[in-house]
Write a protein that binds this ligand. Structure first.
Ligand SMILES: Cc1cc2nc3c(=O)[nH]c(=O)nc-3n(C[C@H](O)[C@H](O)[C@H](O)COP(=O)(O)OP(=O)(O)OC[C@H]3O[C@@H](n4cnc5c(N)ncnc54)[C@H](O)[C@@H]3O)c2cc1C
Length: 470
């Protein structure tokens, strides 16, 4: 499939001033008071870049801690995080970390492996927040409920309230006065970092309304125990679908994974398992409890688990700010700015099929520079033109609308373009190669890729590179 090149703009459309490299302070041209929504990886990286550029960020975080998705929530009833208990990263830690803050094993590491458990990622993000003094910028237990642009299009009214069970501090409570009451403040800019792995997308299965079993989404999956001796159909065979199938196969009677991308006749038992099967997609579910696959086979299932991804959702934004249709957020210039409102409204961390931490760091640096006036954005019309060009190219290659923010084929070009706008170095060669090697290994050896690898020369280069940041 061809690559949608419109995500990489003509280099002439953005004018920039020279900037010092990542890691150094600089005097800002214009210092703004900025509301950042969310204290996950994206919100933390954004606050750091805003501070570097001389802005004054306030981070609104509805939970009681930093780390977003990486705060594991044992309860299944729909909190923010979609982590399951056994989760280990699907990227090597060297690749995954921020560009100038290596995700290296440390004396206080909770898991020193290259593909560590989720607790180690949370430790790393907490350490990032400590290292760059970000905790003091966060208003914990505070949920943003509405964000409205004022008439001048350059100032924003942010409404918020104390979040139920969010764990805000006494100081927060004193600041808000009454717990349930909404408060509002005005900001020069808003950066949205609310994450996009919380609102489930569900597969459309003919007949499922009459099917008597239990349906759930991977968002609510935590541990395998509840599936003991059951027959489970897992829809989706990507990261979560693959991991959860294997997790559950340890206790379930049978697990049947349905993969839209597999040829219609696919029906095979996976090597090393007596009870784990891969099929083509589900064709229908019947009132007698059967689930029928396109390969012609069927099973009597107790559970259908949708590992079918998530929807973008911005419940605090007025309808006319952006529209979300089939997971396309419209209109967004380079997945970040709404042309009509740029640069005072920005979104960080929307692209998927990427290495998130380096990407959000570069996006955040771009936004911080655009807000200070150091980096000039194209005109509103030029940005809209770029958005339209992207849509045309996606359409021309038959790429579904829901893949608008998928950077599977060009994340590194996108990263490098951002780096160029900001005056930073390109993403390291070893990081690209290591990502490619790990991605290949994941497909070839899904059972073992986290513990066996052969990219030792790249590991050496990465560790050498990291010496700069000790
Ligand atoms: C199951 C799973 C496995 C993953 N594995 C990996 C991996 O191995 N490697 C990797 O690099 N990435 C992985 N990711 C991707 C992961 O989402 C990113 O690494 C990263 O954590 C995204 O950060 P974020 O800040 O964009 O969003 P989040 O981490 O989701 O943070 C958003 C924050 O915003 C807050 N928030 C939301 N709405 C509001 C509001 N209205 N008011 C106030 N606060 C609000 C939330 O409480 C949350 O703290 C995985 C994701 C999932 C779901």
């Amino acid at each position: 499939m061809a690559i949608p090149r419109a995500t990489i703009p003509a280099p002439t459309t953005t004018r920039r001033a020279a900037a010092p490299p990542l890691g150094s302070d600089r005097a800002a041209m214009r210092s703004l008071r900025v509301a950042v929504i969310g204290a996950g990886a994206a919100g933390l990286a954004t606050a750091r870049e805003l501070c570097r550029e001389g802005h004054a960020p306030v981070i609104f975080e509805r939970s009681g801690g930093v780390g977003g998705t990486w705060i594991y929530e044992p309860r299944e009833d729909g909190g923010h995080s979609s982590l399951y208990e056994s989760l280990r990263t699907n990227l090597p830690r060297e690749v995954m970390g921020f560009l100038d803050f290596p995700f290296a094993a440390a004396p206080d590491s909770l898991d020193t492996r290259r593909f560590p458990r989720h607790e180690e990622v949370l430790r790393y993000l907490q350490e990032f927040a400590r290292r760059f003094d970000l905790h003091g910028l966060v208003r914990f237990g505070t949920e943003v409920t509405a964000v409205d642009v004022l008439q001048d299009r350059h100032h924003w009214r942010v409404r918020w309230r104390k979040a139920a069970g969010g764990g805000g501090t006494d100081a927060d409570a004193a600041r808000t006065g009454e717990d349930e009451e909404e408060q509002e403040e005005s900001y020069d800019a808003v950066v949205v970092c609310n994450g996009h792995y919380t609102e489930p997308r569900i597969a459309d299965i003919p007949g499922v309304d009459a099917w008597p079993g239990k349906q759930m989404h991977s968002h609510s999956y935590r541990v395998p125990d509840p599936f003991r001796d059951q027959v489970v159909v897992i829809i989706g065979a990507k990261n979560s679908g693959g991991d959860i199938s294997r997790d559950i196969a340890g206790v379930a009677r049978e697990v049947h994974m349905a993969n839209r991308a597999s040829p219609a006749a696919t029906c095979e038992r996976l090597p090393g398992y007596h009870n784990l099967w891969l099929h083509s997609m589900v064709e229908r579910a019947d009132a007698d409890g059967s689930v029928v696959f396109r390969d012609g086979t069927s099973v009597r299932a107790d559970v259908i688990m949708h590992c079918t991804g998530y929807k973008y959702s911005f419940p605090f934004l007025a309808g006319e700010t952006v529209s979300v249709h089939d997971n396309r957020i419209h209109p967004l210039y380079k997945h970040v700015f709404v042309p009509r409102l740029a640069p005072s409204l920005a979104f960080i961390g929307l692209p998927f099929k990427v290495i998130p931490f380096p990407l959000v760091q570069l996006q955040a640096s771009w936004v911080a520079g655009a807000l200070s006036g150091r980096i000039q954005l194209p005109s509103e019309e030029e940005m809209m033109e770029d958005v339209r060009a992207l849509y045309s190219q996606l359409e021309a290659i038959g790429w579904p609308v829901r893949y608008t923010h998928c950077l599977k084929h060009d994340q590194f070009d996108y990263d490098d373009w951002l780096a160029e706008q900001c005056g930073h170095a390109k993403v390291e060669g070893w990081r690209r190669q290591m990502y490619d090697a790990a991605s290949k290994k994941k497909v070839e050896c899904p059972e073992t890729y986290r513990d066996e690898w052969d990219d030792h020369h790249l590991l050496e280069q990465a560790n050498q590179d990291f010496q700069k940041y000790h």
